[in-house]
Design a protein around this ligand. Structure first.
Ligand SMILES: Nc1ncnc2c1ncn2[C@@H]1O[C@H](COP(=O)(O)OP(=O)(O)O)[C@@H](O)[C@H]1O
Ligand SMILES: O=P([O-])([O-])O[C@@H]1[C@@H](O)[C@H](O)[C@@H](O)[C@H](O)[C@@H]1O
Length: 372
């Protein structure tokens, strides 16, 4: 596999220039690109939740909670004048860019049928779409890592291309690349479908991406066997955890127990937890445990979760202890380590204890409504 963010066939001079530009970077600064949205959760035709959504909201929540102290990040997100989460009581913590178009909005319909771990758990309709994020909307700075996390096609191919130029390593959520939106149906919004990644303008960029994450529902559209030759592919499998595929290896990573009340944001929180794990210096397979942990935390609450301070303290302590064993954060190095380390099982067991705190918090919670 080539070094994470350097394209295999890019001219040496351009690669050298890019390397030069990324020297002197603020150690672990990140760039999150994707818009916030309004989520309306429906069950049996009844609204059971209205929340802040968009991968950027879930991702920034996890990065704020779990990144190492020296790591900071910027969010590039667009919303309209109707954005409902600009101020208290629960504002989006990283301010978005304001556009004349309305805020992107999704209706998520949950079915009553018991879902298997791999069945689609919701039908999504996009009701409003804000403006795309253009390359010029990105800051003129260099970043250690970037997360491309669009939900409504807002991360344009040229925007992803610029992210790849600005960031040493880019992690991409497949939902930013393969979603298409059918024609609006009588005010009820556009149905969300997937198309094959191959043949889209994003496909040639894959070899310059470090990690591509897809849910098991999205995985058939990205073509895991082809994609793993370009970058490390992560397939999340709901309550079964996840699998990683790189060019010459693969790994299954065990999940954490959770009481699922709302699956929204699990994939987003997973990706941010995974990135945080890399920032702490873990190998990809070990970092996937942090992804699984925050995925489980996301399904335990409706909307963007709040983390119990005791639980967060426990997770940070675990990561600090494990970080003592790291040589340098993988994300700021040239190469990633993929294999599980010999502390993988120990890390899982320690996080399982923190997950237990999360379940206790949930049991003490008086909320009775659930989307699941
Ligand atoms: N019911 C669950 N119990 C425990 N962990 C879960 C559950 N659902 C999701 N997760 C965690 O969140 C990750 C992402 O969830 P998944 O449903 O696969 O993604 P998406 O939200 O994109 O459909 C999973 O890999 C797993 O680690
Ligand atoms: O649940 P998940 O796949 O991680 O991500 C979700 C998106 O698929 C959805 O479009 C958006 O409205 C949610 O807020 C959330 O970002």
């Amino acid at each position: 596999m080539p070094p994470a963010a350097v394209p295999a066939e890019e001219p040496a001079a351009a690669a050298a220039e890019e390397e030069q530009q990324t020297k002197g970077l603020p150690a672990l600064e990140g760039l999150v690109v994707g818009s916030y949205c309004h989520d309306v959760l429906l069950r049996g035709g009844r609204v059971v939740g209205e929340t802040l959504g968009g991968a950027a909201a879930f991702v920034s929540n996890v990065l704020d909670a779990a990144s190492p102290p020296e790591a900071s990040f910027s969010v590039v997100s667009k919303v309209g004048p109707d954005f409902a989460y600009a101020s208290a009581p629960a504002p989006a913590r990283h301010p978005p860019l304001l556009c004349p178009a309305p805020t992107t909005s999704f209706h998520a319909r949950f079915s009553d049928a018991a879902a298997s771990a791999h069945a689609p758990d919701r039908q999504l309709r996009r009701v409003n779409a804000c403006d795309p994020i253009y390359p010029d909307d990105l800051p003129d700075s260099r970043f250690a890592y970037g997360l491309a996390v669009g939900v409504a096609g807002e991360v344009l191919p040229e925007t992803l291309e610029r992210m790849i130029r600005l960031c040493r390593a880019v992690l991409v959520d497949a939902q930013a690349l393969i979603r298409v939106f059918d024609a609006e149906g009588g005010g009820s919004g556009a149905a969300v479908r997937h198309i094959a990644l191959e043949g889209t303008p994003y496909a040639p960029l894959l070899q310059r991406v470090a990690f591509l994450k897809a849910s098991s529902e999205e995985a058939p559209y990205i073509g895991v066997e082809t994609a793993r030759r370009c970058c490390c592919v992560i397939v999340t499998e709901g309550r079964d955890g996840c699998r990683l595929y790189w060019d010459d290896g693969e790994a299954r990573v065990a999940p954490f127990t959770a009481v699922q009340v709302d699956p929204t944001g699990a994939g987003d929180s997973y990706l941010a937890g995974f990135a945080a794990g890399l920032l702490w210096g873990l190998s990809a397979t070990d970092a996937a445990l942090i992804g699984n942990f925050f995925g489980a935390a996301a399904v335990s609450q409706i909307g963007v979760p709040t983390y119990h301070p005791k639980m967060l303290q426990a997770v940070k302590q675990i990561l600090e202890e494990k970080a003592i064993q790291r040589s340098s954060p993988c994300i700021s190095g040239n190469m990633f380590t993929f294999q599980r380390s010999n502390m993988h099982d120990e890390l899982h067991a320690a996080l399982q204890e923190a997950a237990r705190l999360m379940c206790e918090q949930r049991q003490n919670d008086t909320t009775t409504d659930s989307c699941d």
